[in-house]
Ligand binder design. Structure first.
Ligand SMILES: [Zn+2]
Length: 243
């Protein structure tokens, strides 16, 4: 068998593998994004509960500060009461004490109600947390796996490219550029196997005389329709045995 043809078959095998792995590789970032988006939407409700809880806890802090301030005022008015000089000041001070007291009572009631709401919401968040964490762990595992796959694919491509360079250096320059030209035009496939006396890529039936030449495997013959270089498997195997 023509030694260049034999190497072209190996080359095409490598090129198709590179293509296939590159395609898988290029899909990994989108797959990672998809998994992350899926996770985020699955925990949206949980995140909302957590935000609600944060809001209520902030309100609680504000009310507590307000209560402290009212207590302070209350104490101050009580002291003022000792220092009043006349009836008018006395009744004003009493009114202020009363207002502060009412404010304190109201704030305490609000704090109690808020505390109940916070407890309920907190319990709900805690109930859901384990499942969310499990999902997060699963997502991280999947992402790690995809990163690993990406790395492996890249390594495989590098190895194939090294193998390719070595192979190319042993193919006649004109045969190789012919292969490259066709491969570029034909989605990376510069060669086509002959099956049932037709080009397996474009299905064109091959004339008997050309077929005989291809079967001998000594010349580089292109398909008349798709230009791919044709080979016959039996010729390849015979070549392999003869080696
Ligand atoms: Zn063809």
């Amino acid at each position: 068998m023509n030694p260049d043809l034999e190497k072209l078959i190996l080359l095409q095998n490598i090129d198709l593998q590179i293509l296939q792995i590159s395609k898988a590789l290029s899909q990994i970032p989108a797959e990672k994004e998809r998994l992350e988006a899926e996770f985020n939407s699955s925990i949206a409700e949980y995140n909302e509960l957590r935000l609600d809880l944060e809001k209520l806890e902030k309100q609680q802090k504000e009310l507590e500060a307000k209560l402290k301030e009212l207590d302070k005022q209350h104490e101050k008015f009580k002291k003022d009461l000792m220092k009043v000089k006349n009836e008018r000041e006395y009744s004003t001070c009493l009114r202020e004490i009363d207002t502060a007291k009412k404010g304190i009572q109201q704030t305490e009631t609000e704090l109690l109600e808020l505390g109940d709401k916070i407890d309920k919401l907190h319990a709900e968040v805690e109930k859901r947390r384990p499942e969310i964490e499990e999902r997060r762990r699963k997502l991280e595992d999947q992402l790690r796996q995809l990163d690993e796959e990406y790395k492996q694919n890249k390594q495989q491509i590098d190895n194939l490219k090294t193998e390719r360079e070595l192979l190319i250096s042993n193919i006649s320059k004109d045969v190789f550029s012919r292969y490259e030209r066709i491969a570029r035009l034909r989605s990376g496939q510069g060669l086509a196997e002959v099956v049932d006396a037709s080009c397996s890529a474009c299905r064109m039936t091959i004339r008997a005389q050309v077929l005989a030449t291809i079967k001998r495997g000594e010349e580089i013959v292109s398909c008349e329709i798709c230009s791919r270089i044709l080979y016959y498997k039996a010729a390849v195997e015979k070549g392999a045995v003869a080696e």
